[in-house]
Design a protein around this ligand. Structure first.
Ligand code: ADP
Ligand code: MG
Length: 352
């Protein structure tokens, strides 16, 4: 009851918007279920703070608004700042939902990983300066470690709230310039298991590049075509039994892998890697055995990075990318992994 009162009061004092309040800027993305634009407020003078993001979504936008409302109350640091969501009914199309976020920054992790400078380009934006430590594996490992910690922290927030994202990939991780940290975006495929909101439209395919091998992340069937969120009363007990959060952990493990191996950053090489891994029964250790003898210098360098400090990076990676969901680590357990014992960029910046 208190939660509802709080949510109501909170909404009352938040600004509400309508269609005419926004001036469309450049298009940022276009998916099967909506188009995303950078926008500014018509009434306010343009400034960095007033930059917003607008997603014009189809009927599934209702679920995405619901997820974003929940995130802003329960784990607001995990995701991009959600401002407002509403049904835009003045257009001809019926049921177009508009979702508004703060514009967090120009670059997703995918953009940053495309650069030849990666991971040094991330070091610069996180710290606002360049380390005075020689370039090399150790320094790159520190940066990757910092990114992984931020990612797992955001994911742990979502999972502790009872939300599984189901579309974790570098394109859905934005670097927040204001908060100097990575945040998760795009809750369009997310499921809230505590309340039982679990809906993926039939046409939606989990991104095969980052999807874990299990096809269904819960034992219950997804309803076929509801127009609103459907409650299927899933209890925390079911959450424990099915461990649906481990789906996101697998995807995060693949991102870790791509950060360590530049040669796996393109779509085609990731798809090829997935095929190899499948042939090895999703066993990374077996995969390593098959590729290591004839590994390229680049691949060898990635393995060397993961082997630093007694191989704790490799250990963490293999605890995330496993065939069986229940054998994968959780976000919370991963954060406590010895890989993160050395405090990465934070310690480094204090030491100087
Ligand atoms: P979809 O993948 O369904 O098209 P997303 O929510 O992933 O929609 O947004 C598409 C793109 O828009 C993202 O990849 C990112 O580049 C940009 N974007 C989304 N939200 C934000 C935000 N809050 N701040 C800055 N850019 C954003
Ligand atoms: Mg997206």
């Amino acid at each position: 009851y208190d939660m509802f009162v709080l949510a109501f009061v909170e909404r009352l004092f938040r600004p509400t918007y309508r269609k005419d309040d926004f001036v469309l800027g450049k298009k940022l993305g276009e998916g099967a279920f909506g188009v995303v634009y950078k926008v500014s407020l018509a009434k306010k003078p343009a400034s960095k703070e007033s930059d917003l993001v607008l997603k014009k979504a189809t009927e599934y936008g209702a679920v995405e608004i619901w997820m974003n409302e929940r995130v802003r109350r329960a784990c607001s640091n995990s995701c991009a700042d959600f401002v407002y969501g509403f049904l835009e009914s003045s257009s001809k199309k019926k049921g177009e939902y508009w979702l508004i976020w703060r514009f967090e920054g120009e670059a997703t992790l995918a953009d940053l990983m495309l650069s030849k400078e990666f991971p040094y380009n991330v070091e610069t934006i996180i710290l606002g300066k360049i380390q005075d430590m020689p370039k090399g594996l150790g320094r790159e490992n520190r940066i990757i470690q910092t990114i992984m910690r931020q990612l797992l922290f955001a994911l742990d927030g979502l999972h502790s709230t009872g939300i599984v994202h189901r579309d974790i990939k570098p394109q859905n991780i934005i670097f927040s310039e204001g908060d100097r940290t990575f945040k998760i975006i795009d809750l369009g495929a997310a499921a809230d298991l505590r309340v039982g909101i679990n809906y993926i439209p039939k046409e939606f395919l989990l991104d095969p590049r980052y999807a874990a091998p299990e096809q269904y992340i819960m034992s219950t069937q997804t309803p076929s075509a509801p127009s609103a969120p459907v409650a299927t009363a899933l209890s925390p007990v079911l959450w424990q039994m099915n461990l649906p959060d481990r789906f996101d952990i697998y995807s995060t493990g693949l991102i870790f892998l791509q950060m360590a191996f530049p040669s796996l950053r393109t779509d085609s090489s990731l798809i090829q890697f997935n095929r190899q891994l499948k042939r090895c029964g999703y066993d990374l250790v077996a995969w390593r055995k098959t590729v290591e003898p004839r590994a390229s210098p680049e691949l060898r360098r990635g393995l060397e990075l993961l082997d630093l400090d007694g191989g704790i990076g490799w250990e963490l990676l293999t605890s995330m990318v496993r065939y069986k969901a229940r054998q994968r680590t959780s976000a919370k357990a991963a954060l406590a992994h010895p890989y993160f014992d050395r405090e990465g960029l934070l310690t480094l910046s204090f030491m100087q």
